[in-house]
Design a protein around this ligand. Structure first.
Ligand code: MG
Length: 655
């Protein structure tokens, strides 16, 4: 007995790879050892020398040619100061989990992968994306410092040990406050994230002395389990499914030695080919109606294409796939402002030049003949702006009224689309207005996603209809978000868009926006139906200390650079300052001036208001008048506006 126990102990310490025949065989069984280049691995494995076979396999990967990951440039590794910090903090187990929770939390000397310091679901889920691992790999590559490699290997194995894939039933993956750990660690979106970025880590750390043959087998075993888990637990729809499919393609392309790789690749390609037809409307906008996830979706389709292309599989995506990706990019560049930012509608955060310029640079390589993409990729040095200005994306309900593409342009993006999904907010009729480098009406944003009661309440504040530039009844959220376009007219001196939403039971909201002289905006809002209550028109300015004249329902910014805007509402009973916040990134928010222009509506009556939004240098001194001409008619509306003595007659008529 005394002799046997140490032997058993040694076998146990050796880990499952070489401990039992079943386990040992399973790792090698995952590989197609008949593939060229694996002859020596096959021979050694057949001879029963799996230590040597694993070493031969590691040597194979260290010298492998012909399989590339376009997102990893080993000959030009760069690391940002943030990435450097995340890598260094990881050595002390302070993990960069989420930009919204900084400084990073300490996860324990002995890592606690279930630590959940703030009960925001994202904080718990995204721990399992290990965003600090690829930065550790980059720093390792740049410095050759083995501490990063040693720590990565240790954390990798520690994670495997403490987060086993136990029974996973999709119907259990709810009720996040009580869900067992496996539903966080093995949530398919997180698993797919690891599938993609463990390729990066693999490439960065491969030369390390700590990347041993034994570690390689553990890695492949874990990686294979990830890909198989995805194939059994795809999300039903939306961007999660796209991410999972794209990353499954990556797994299949990057590890063709695994027997299941061709199936993963084919499955991922099939889903992407199917979903690009389902999730992208005919006008090129992804159906979640969220500029952030639209951009993510472009990059998902694009990355899959590029990965396949780089490894010789381009033909598996039909020409229509490429055309759709190009349409998506065109939608994005149309509703972008000249400074590369896009509206923060729905759950979108502020994306600026640092995010989107690199995207355009990659896109122009695949669409070299698209002059508008090239212009943005080269910051105007090459290519050309589109030969049109305003454009309607009528299926998704994005309407862009712009007078140019350069930095001095005036651009309004109006959002009034169909019912969308979880990320989309009940904000029909809202807009952002950008003029000469300043976004005067940034959307309130989203602040947080979901979590316990407190976190979800914060999210719900930023989702409210009343925190958007639109019309509410009793400050309630819209009952219905199903806008349709009644008129889109861009010829002539003025441009006009008219949209309508069955906002509440008993209240229809019609909004007509005139882009007058292609210089300023006049909005006619009409709300009618059986409902009775407080109708409010909400406007939310960017952070500033504006001039306010409540009796005139007048507000004007007074920025010292002379880029200002005056707002005046006609037809409301009173103007009121309301609580206002703008969140441009997760968990960050700034106070801003917000206003409600209120009118009591009686049953059967129509509430009709006119809003003038006038960019002007000395906005506070603007003389603005407006009067509706004629009574309410569902057939159209007419308004006379006077700006500093000059008259404008505006109207629309529906057939
Ligand atoms: Mg919003």
């Amino acid at each position: 007995m005394k002799l046997i126990r140490p032997i058993l102990l040694l076998l146990a310490l050796a880990g499952p790879l070489f401990a039992g025949a079943g386990e040992r065989d399973s790792v090698f069984d995952l590989l197609d050892l008949s593939q060229p280049g694996l002859e020596r691995v096959a021979d050694l494995h057949r001879e029963g020398d799996d230590h040597a076979a694993a070493a031969a396999l590691l040597e194979y990967y260290r010298t492998r040619r012909g399989v590339v990951c376009p997102d990893v440039r080993l000959d030009a590794v760069t690391v940002t100061p943030d990435e450097r910090r995340w890598a260094d903090e990881a050595l002390e187990h302070r993990f960069f989990v989420h930009a919204g929770y900084q400084p990073s939390f300490f996860y324990g000397e002995d890592i606690d992968w279930e630590y959940w310091p703030v009960r925001d679901n994202e904080l718990r889920w995204q721990l399992h994306r290990m965003k600090w691992w690829a930065p550790m790999g980059k720093v390792y590559r740049l410095t050759g410092d083995e501490r990063y490699a040693a720590e990565w290997c240790a954390e990798y194995l520690d994670w495997m040990r403490k987060n086993p894939l136990t029974e996973y039933r999709d119907e259990e993956a709810r009720g996040w406050n009580t869900a067992p750990n496996v539903y966080f660690a093995w949530r398919p979106l997180e698993v797919s994230d690891r599938l993609e970025f463990q390729i990066h880590q693999f490439l960065y750390f491969l030369p390390s002395e700590h990347f041993t043959p034994e570690f390689l087998l553990r890695f492949l075993e874990n990686y294979h389990r990830h890909a198989e888990h995805i194939t059994r637990h795809f999300s039903a729809a939306g961007n999660h499914l796209l991410f999972q499919a794209q990353r499954l393609v990556f797994a299949g392309v990057f590890f063709p030695e695994l027997r299941d790789a061709a199936r993963w690749r084919a499955t991922g390609v099939e889903i992407l080919n199917r979903e690009i037809g389902k999730q992208v409307y005919d006008d090129g906008v992804q159906y979640e109606l969220d500029p952030h996830y639209h951009l993510e979706s472009i990059n998902i389709f694009f990355k899959a294409l590029r990965m396949m292309d780089a490894n010789g599989y381009r033909d598996e995506f039909p020409a229509e796939y490429l055309r759709t990706v190009e349409r998506m990019i065109e939608a994005h560049l149309n509703y972008s402002f000249p400074d590369y930012t896009v509206p923060m509608f729905s759950d979108a955060k502020l994306h600026d030049r640092t995010t989107t310029l690199p995207c355009y640079r990659e896109w122009t390589e695949v669409f070299p003949d698209n002059a508008a993409i090239r212009r943005l990729a080269t910051e105007g040095r090459e290519g050309a702006a589109p030969d049109y200005r305003s454009r309607a994306f009528r299926t998704s309900g994005f309407y862009v009224l712009r007078n140019g593409w350069e930095e001095d342009a005036t651009v309004m993006v109006l959002k009034a689309g169909p019912q969308a999904f979880w990320h989309c907010q009940p904000d029909n009729g809202t807009f952002e207005l950008w003029h000469a480098g300043r976004n005067f009406f940034p959307d309130s944003g989203s602040f947080v996603y979901a979590g316990d009661k407190e976190v979800t309440a914060q999210r719900n504040w930023f989702r409210r209809t009343a925190v958007h530039n639109t019309l509410t009844l009793d400050d309630r959220n819209l009952d219905s978000t199903a806008s349709h376009c009644l008129l889109w007219r861009t010829e002539g001196r003025d441009e006009t868009v008219v949209v309508e939403n069955p906002s509440y039971a008993g209240l229809t909201h019609r909004r007509a926006v005139f882009f007058v002289d292609r210089r300023f905006y006049v909005i006619v809002d009409e709300a009618w139906g059986d409902a009775e209550g407080d109708v409010a028109l909400h406007y939310h300015l960017t952070e500033c200390e504006p001039l306010e004249r409540p009796d005139d329902c007048f507000v004007a910014t007074r920025f010292e650079d002379g880029n200002n805007l005056a707002l005046r509402v006609f037809g409301a009973e009173r103007m009121e300052r309301t609580e206002g916040w703008v969140s441009r990134s997760y968990r960050h928010r700034e106070a801003r001036p917000s206003y409600a222009f209120r009118t009591h509506k009686r049953a059967g009556e129509a509430v009709r208001t006119v809003t003038v939004l006038l960019p002007a240098r000395d906005a506070g001194k603007s003389r603005i008048e407006a009067v509706l001409r004629g009574g309410f008619s569902s057939r159209g509306a007419a308004v006379r506006v006077k700006i500093d003595g000059r008259k404008y007659d505006l109207k629309y008529e529906l057939n």
